[in-house]
Design a protein around this ligand. Sequence first.
Ligand SMILES: C[S@@+](CC[C@H](N)C(=O)[O-])C[C@H]1O[C@@H](n2cnc3c(N)ncnc32)[C@H](O)[C@@H]1O
Length: 217
Amino acid sequence: MRVRNRKGAAEHLENNAHVVVENPADFKGRWAERFGNNHPIHIEVGCGKGAFITGMAAQHPDINYIAIDMQLSVLSYALDKALEANLPNVQMMLVDGAALTEYFEDAEVSRVYLNFSDPWPKKRHEKRRLTYKSFLETYEQILPKEGEIHFKTDNRGLFEYSLASMSQYGMILEKVWLDLHADEEFAGVNVMTEYEAKFSSKGQVIYRLEAKFPKRG
Ligand SMILES: C[S@@+](CC[C@H](N)C(=O)[O-])C[C@H]1O[C@@H](n2cnc3c(N)ncnc32)[C@H](O)[C@@H]1O
């Protein structure tokens, strides 16, 4: 992995504006134009160094993927992976996931992935958790009715919190795994994230859920 300072990482992103979208708000309602097709759009909020999104994009060429992170350095590593794999169906955005409605029209996104999100264990930081109710409101707005969130983590506290937060919000918990890697059938399609590889190699259990928003109205 190439080590870059902040300036180097910023230049790397700027030099690859065909992958890292410079002004994502300009594409609100127009992502199909950016990708050059009408394929469904799946986003990962907090993509980190990009192993998941680039792996998924290689497996599913008929889905358009957008990798989102607010940290310059990690996104620059995700960019390296996307460039190396030369995937036409991956775009990236250096933005805060709290502001997704600035970048996507209602129902423009078909699925949201959250992987190994920061647990923010202190109660006073609850609002920063990516499964806090204000984030769920944001995802619901950009997803269609009954749109889905797929979430995995090694952190039991965050997993339990997210189950409660989603069900209080009225979401339907469709599938729950309490030990993802014990599921041999899922193992065949599972694309690991960097954190997943690290924690599972230490023997930690990985939790996963798929939940959908209610129809409402
Ligand atoms: C613990 S890392 C996990 C990275 C990756 N998903 C993985 O599993 O390897 C969490 C990532 O979420 C990003 N993140 C946290 N809050 C975010 C937010 N509000 N918007 C965008 N990214 C966020 C962090 O910058 C960090 O890169």
